[in-house]
Design a protein around this ligand. Structure first.
Ligand code: NAD
Length: 342
């Protein structure tokens, strides 16, 4: 019996390894009867090649209509070229919260039993990328400058999101991560609002503070002390790759970009051009993102089935993809995972 596809959702196959891992993920979602009725749309280099536009209006219209998207990684040209589509999507749909859970799936590693969540502010900070050159002598690019901004309203909203997430998911502690000792205004404002919001949750959720460099060190020495971390855009970008590294690398790291009217789910990793088209990519990060999407629409029953399958297959090392120490290609791993779904 085929499951009813009642929830419209946009699907973006992406660039590089994107289409391969998206095929794997939709195969698993179909196997558990996920309710998504996909509207397939292009973005990134694939869209440039097909339409000349990295973010075609049809893709934006589709997300506006569905309010829900599963997106594979997109290639962003370094230096010149078009602006990151990921950043554009966040701004277009006001996806202010970037949620990145980190959990140990492969037991017995250096960092066992990790279970923490990083909440990153997604719209402001240094990602505003207000950059310019100042000429020095004959060199028009003698000095490069960059500025960022954080608004009181957004700082308040992101910290509130982190505390609400903690309450909803039974988490005990939120850590405000900042650099207010040096960037006294830019991240001082974040800390000021964070402390204000934390007071409202006193007695329900504990709150502490860390300077970002100390946090990076402690995440490596004793990551178990963290529960929910909330921080500004660039710090969150860097720390979430660090936390991914604790649990097997980027191949295991999902992310959700959440706004008032839309949510976009994705893998934290990029389009991995070095292994694209070689049947080597690990689809688990995108699959875990799809699981977050299932939970977002209230289908925790299905996400739990997929998670049990992942936990069952992951104990058999040889079945995994090469980045996790196995011998399987993307397609063979997906077939093995399907066998382990209950
Ligand atoms: P990357 O994450 O694509 O690759 C880094 C390393 O990790 C590579 O060695 C790659 O082979 C490996 N890797 C990544 N994902 C993997 C997976 N699922 N399975 C196995 N190995 C995996 O980072 P990069 O090389 O710096 O970036 C490549 C492109 O991706 C760039 O154009 C960048 O802008 C873009 N990017 C996109 C996103 C996104 O769309 N969300 C995020 C990051 C980078």
């Amino acid at each position: 019996m085929s499951a009813e596809k009642t929830i419209p959702a946009t699907l973006i196959p992406g660039d590089g390894i994107g289409p391969e891992i998206m095929d794997a993920v939709t195969e698993i979602l179909d196997a558990v009867g996920a309710p998504f009725a996909w509207d397939k749309q292009l973005a990134g280099m694939a869209a440039v090649e097909a339409t000349g536009n990295p973010l075609p209006p049809q893709t934006i219209d589709s997300i506006r209509h569905t309010g829900l998207a599963l997106k594979s990684p997109l290639t962003t040209p370094v230096g010149g070229g078009f602006k990151s589509i990921n950043v554009t999507l966040r701004q277009e749909f006001g996806l202010y919260a970037n949620l990145r859970p980190t959990r140990t799936f492969v037991p017995g590693g250096r960092f066992d039993k990790i279970d923490l969540v990083l909440v990153r502010e997604n719209l402001e900070g240094y990602y505003a990328a207000m950059e310019s050159y100042i000429p020095v002598g004959d060199d028009p690019h003698g000095i490069a400058t960059g500025a960022g901004y954080n608004s009181r309203a957004e700082c308040n909203r992101i910290v509130r999101f982190a505390f609400e997430y903690a309450v909803k998911h039974g988490r005990k502690k939120v850590t405000l991560v900042h650099k207010a000792n040096i960037l006294k205004l830019l991240t001082g404002l974040f800390l000021e609002e964070g402390r204000k919001v934390a007071k409202e949750y006193e007695g329900r959720v504990e709150c502490n503070e860390r300077i970002v460099d100390a946090c990076a060190m402690q995440l490596v020495i004793d990551p178990w002390q963290y529960d929910v971390i909330v921080t500004t855009n660039l710090f969150g970008d860097i720390l979430s790759d660090l936390t991914a590294g604790l649990v097997g690398g980027l191949g295991m790291a999902p992310g959700a970009n959440i706004g008032e009217k839309a949510a976009v789910f994705e893998a934290v990793h990029g389009s991995a051009p070095d292994i694209a088209g070689k049947n080597l990519a690990n689809p688990l990060a995108l699959l875990l993102a799809a699981n977050m999407m299932l939970e977002h629409v209230g289908r925790d029953d299905l996400s739990k089935r997929i998670e049990s399958g992942i936990r069952a297959v992951i104990t058999k090392r040889e079945l995994l993809t090469r980045d996790l120490g196995g011998n399987n290609g993307t397609r063979e791993f997906t077939a093995a995972l399907k066998q382990h779904l209950v």
